[in-house]
Design a protein around this ligand. Structure first.
Ligand code: AMP
Length: 194
C-alpha cells in the first residue's frame, strides 16, 4: 500500500500514520519528523530549515525533494509506505508524481483528514503545552493554517481531479478515525480492483 495522508497541521496525520503502519506493515515517512531529526542533529539541511520551521512556513521544495528521493530509495519502502507531510504544495505534488513514476511505485490512495480550524487550534494548544514545539505556538498555528489553505489545500484538489482523493472525518476518538481511514482504503482498493 502506497498512501499519502493529507490534512492540516494538527489534523492527526502523524498519529493515524503511526497506527496504520502497524496494520499495513509499511513504513511511516513523515517529512516533518525527518526535518526535526535533521535540526536536532545539526546537519546542513537542519541548519537551513530550523528558522523556516519555527515560523510555520514551508522549507524549500529542493530540500524536501532531495530528502524524499533519498528516503524512497531505501529498501524498506519497496513494499509500500505512508507519506505524511508531503506533498504540501502543487510543485511538490508534481515532483512526487514524477518521482513515483520513475521508481515504478504509483500511489494507491490519498486520504485527507478533515478537521475544522477551531478543533486544530485547540489541539495544537494542548500539544504546545506538552511538547513545546515552537510551531505549535497559537500565533504560529494561525500562520500554518494560512499556509495550508493557500498552498496545501490545492493539493487535495489535484488528487480529487484524478479521482484519487478520499476525505475522512478526522474528529472523534482515535480508534474511530482509524476505522474510518481503513474503510476509505478498503473502498479505494475495491474500486481499483473493479
Ligand atoms: P509537520 O510535522 O508535517 O507539521 O511539519 C513541520 C514543519 O516542517 C512544517 O511546518 C514545515 O516547516 C516543515 N515541512 C514538513 N514537511 C514539509 C514539506 N513537504 N514542504 C515544506 N516544508 C515542510
Amino acid at each position: 500500500m502506497r498512501l499519502v495522508l493529507l490534512g492540516p497541521p494538527g489534523s492527526g496525520k502523524g498519529t493515524q500514520a503511526a497506527r496504520l503502519k502497524v496494520e499495513l506493515g509499511v513504513p511511516h515517512i513523515s517529512t516533518g519528523d525527518m526535518l526535526r531529526a535533521a535540526v536536532a542533529a545539526g546537519t546542513p539541511t537542519g541548519l537551513k530549515a530550523k528558522a523556516v520551521m519555527d515560523a510555520g512556513k514551508l522549507v524549500s521544495d529542493d530540500i524536501l525533494l532531495a530528502m524524499l528521493e533519498e528516503r524512497l530509495s531505501q529498501d524498506d519502502v519497496k513494499g509500500g509506505f505512508i507519506l505524511d507531510g508531503y506533498p504540501r504544495n502543487l510543485a511538490q505534488a508534481d515532483a512526487l508524481d514524477h518521482l513515483l513514476a520513475k521508481i515504478g511505485q504509483p500511489l494507491d490512495a490519498v486520504v485527507k483528514l478533515d478537521v475544522p480550524n477551531e478543533v486544530i487550534i485547540a489541539r495544537c494548544e494542548i500539544r504546545f503545552a506538552a511538547e513545546h514545539r515552537k510551531d505549535d505556538d497559537p500565533v504560529v498555528v494561525r500562520d500554518r493554517l494560512k499556509v495550508y489553505a493557500e498552498q496545501t489545500a490545492p493539493v487535495a484538489d489535484f488528487f480529487a481531479r484524478r479521482g484519487k482523493l478520499q476525505v475522512v472525518d478526522g474528529v472523534g476518538e482515535l480508534d474511530e478515525v482509524t476505522a474510518r481511514v481503513k474503510r476509505a482504503l478498503a473502498a479505494e482498493s475495491a474500486a481499483a480492483n473493479g
